[in-house]
Every structure is written in C-alpha cells, then in structure tokens.
Design a protein around this ligand. Structure first.
Ligand code: FAD
Ligand code: NAP
Length: 313
C-alpha cells in the first residue's frame, strides 16, 4: 500500500512529491500521464517565478530542474493515466486507464485545468506567439502595447482590467451585448478609460506574421460589418475545463464536494471533504492559476499528508 499517491505531475504534483519524500515518506508514487512538468512546459518564457529570472528560458527548461530535484529524494514516477480514485473503508484505490489499480493511504490530486479554445482561424498557429490564455503570465510582454481580450465572463472582464494597468489599450471583444460577468464587474470595467468594449462581435481570424500576432479580423453579428483591429496580443478567456474526471465514481458522481464550476472545494490545508484526499493547483476553488501558487498548494498538501499519517498510523 502506498503512503501517498500523487495524481498529476505539474508544479503542484511535483512539489507534493518533493515535500512528502523529503519529509520522510518512503512509498510515494506520482502518476502522470505524460512527461512531468505540467502546462507551464508549453510556455515560451516564464518570468514571474521568484528566484528564477533567466531571459529566454522556456517553461520546459524551468521544469526540467524540478524533476531532477524531486526524484533525488525518492519520489517515484509512473507514466500512467488515472481513470478514477475511490475510497474503501480507510484506504483509497487508484484505478488506471488500463484497468489496473493500486491502494494508497492518502491521495493528492493535481490534475490541473485546461483553458477552452475557440477554434478561430489562426488560434493554433499563433498559440504562444501572441495568443494567450494567461494575463498574469503574459501581460507584461505587451507593456504599453494594444491588445484584445475575447470573452464576456468574469475572467475576461477581470483580466481585461488587469491588462489595462499594463497595456496602452485593451479591446474587449464579446459576441453578445449582455455580459455573463457580474454586473458590478461590468460597471467597473466600463469606467476604465483605456478599455474599449466591442460587443455583438466575433473574431473571424487571428492574423500575424513570422514575429507573431499583428491583428484580428472582426465581424459584427448585428450589422454584418467586417473590420480589422491592429493588436500585438490576443487573450482568450472563454472558460476552463477543470480536469476533475478522476474524482468521479462509476456512476459519474463526485467523491468529494465540488463548486458549481467543477472545481474541488478545499480548505486552507488543501483538504477536500473526503478524509485523506487533498486537491491542489489549478483544479481547486479560487486557484490563482500560477506555478508559484500550485507549488505552494503541493507543499501544503504534502505536510498535511505527513501529519495525517502520523495521527492515523
Ligand atoms: P498542471 O500544470 O496543469 O499539471 C497537471 C498535470 O496533471 C498535467 O501534467 C497532466 O498531464 C496531468 N494529468 C491530468 N489528468 C491526469 C490523469 N487523469 N492521470 C494522470 N495525469 C494527469 N503560470 C505562471 O505562474 N507563470 C507563467 O508565466 C505561466 N505561463 C503559462 C503559459 C501557458 C502557455 C500556460 C498554458 C500556462 C501558464 N501558466 C503560468 C499557468 C501554469 O502553467 C499553471 O498555473 C500551473 O501549471 C498549474 O499547475 P498544476 O500542477 O495545478 O496543473
Ligand atoms: P464563462 O463564465 O463560461 O464565460 C465564458 C465567456 O466566453 C462567455 O461570455 C461566452 O460567451 C464566451 N465564449 C464562450 N465560447 C466562446 C467562443 N467560442 N467564442 C467567443 N466567445 C466565447 O467563463 P469564465 O469567465 O472563465 O468563468 C467561469 C466561472 O468562473 C464562471 O461561473 C464565473 O462566474 C466564475 N468566475 C468568478 C470570478 C469571480 O467571482 N470573481 C472570477 C472568474 C471566474 P456567452 O456569454 O455569449 O456565452
């Protein structure tokens, strides 16, 4: 029986692995369906992780050293996709895609969330070259430049506000004239001088060249009018899919409490409503969706696991 099964090998899972093994747990396995590292390995540059400030280093460069450090203290990695986690009496069963399973005394889940894509022409081509889903990560690259934000939910409006403090102008493009975001947020954003709302409008194409995005081609859905907008960045906020399927039982019911938006409800110790199960990183409620916070969650959960095992035996 494992002391702890860690599901997901992003910043949250790797940090949980480091802290559990360095904290003395002998039998810890991290199940990651791909190469460890998580979403940040897709990033062309990371410059907001304290203590790591090397111009030109990619997310992949950044995460490579994490793996080396975590495995040095005894964390084991198995490249397996977890199908589900269930609890029987006092222990957990982690079942894999291939039907095999392992038993574990505790489980830390950190399977992340995936920003939804739109399928707009040019989105894939310029992904990471002007197309972004993270204002905190990439906003600074567009300092004093004009950018566009797509979406009409809370995330789009809040991130447009964030970007308005960095960029010279933010065009907020939304396909309807009613916003899904909270009315108070909409009112706040409307008062910001350098945010221009472009409603009833879709992006037909994201245009660019060798250097990246140069603009977007717009279509007004009410008038049919087409226009071009010159921007060097486009931030897409059209919702997230939380990777929460491992927490569903065979009947499709969640094994712990979840928010209406599919995020795992945790307390400040990353404890879920199910004893011995912890959730970390982008998949938890109110996640800041940053590497530094995901790593913090992993450390918190690991320390809790160590205390839990000491108390429960
Ligand atoms: P993830 O990194 O998403 O890791 C989850 C892992 O779980 C993945 O490796 C996945 O393969 C695995 N997994 C999922 N389901 C299963 C399963 N069923 N079985 C086994 N394994 C599974 N943050 C910053 O702080 N600064 C930045 O500059 C920055 N830039 C970014 C740029 C891009 C392009 C992207 C996409 C994100 C960026 N972020 C940045 C956000 C940051 O990457 C995330 O907040 C962080 O990676 C979340 O960590 P996590 O461990 O919670 O989840
Ligand atoms: P969301 O509420 O689902 O909003 C997504 C937005 O993207 C909608 O305006 C939607 O348009 C638009 N959209 C979806 N697909 C699109 C496409 N293909 N092309 C163009 N536009 C598209 O997502 P979210 O903003 O990420 O929020 C997710 C949840 O988290 C929400 O419940 C939100 O309230 C919550 N949240 C809360 C806070 C907060 O309380 N401070 C902050 C952030 C998020 P339509 O409106 O036309 O469907």
């Amino acid at each position: 029986m494992l002391d702890c099964a860690i599901i997901g090998g992003g910043p949250a899972g790797l940090t949980a692995g480091l802290y559990t093994t360095r904290g003395g747990l002998k039998n810890v396995v991290m199940f990651e369906m791909g190469m460890p590292g998580g979403q940040i390995t897709q990033s062309s540059e990371i410059e907001n992780y304290p203590g790591f400030y090397q111009h030109g280093k990619t997310g992949m460069d950044f995460m490579n050293t994490w793996q080396e450090q975590c495995f040095a203290f005894g964390l084991k990695h198995e490249m397996k996709k977890v199908e589900r986690v269930s609890k029987e009496q006092e222990h957990f069963i982690v079942t894999f895609e291939d039907g095999n399973s392992v038993k574990a005394k505790t489980v830390i889940v950190g399977t992340g969330s995936t920003p939804k894509r739109t399928g707009i022409k040019g989105e894939d081509e310029f992904w990471g070259k002007g197309v972004s889903t993270c204002a905190t990560c990439d906003g600074f690259f567009y300092k004093n430049q004009e950018v566009a934000v797509l979406g009409g939910g809370d995330t789009a409006l809040e991130e447009a506000h964030y970007l308005s403090n960095i960029c010279s102008k933010v065009y907020l493009i939304h396909r309807r004239d009613k916003f899904r975001a909270a009315p108070s947020t909409v009112e706040r954003v409307k008062k910001i001088d350098n945010i221009e709302l472009i409603t009833d409008t879709i992006i037909e194409e994201i245009e660019g060249d060798m250097m990246g995005v140069t603009g977007v081609r717009l279509k007004n859905l009410k008038t049919g009018e087409k226009s071009n907008l010159k921007v060097s960045g486009i931030f897409i906020f059209v919702g997230h899919n939380v990777n929460n399927s491992v927490l569903k039982d065979e009947n499709g019911n969640f094994i712990c409490d979840m928010s209406d938006w599919g995020q795992v409800i945790v307390d400040l110790n990353m404890k879920t409503s199910l004893k011995g199960l912890y959730a970390t990183g982008d998949m938890r409620i109110e996640a800041p969706k940053q590497v530094v916070s995901a790593a913090g969650d992993g450390a918190v959960a690991a320390l809790q696991v160590i205390s839990y095992l000491q108390e429960e035996g």
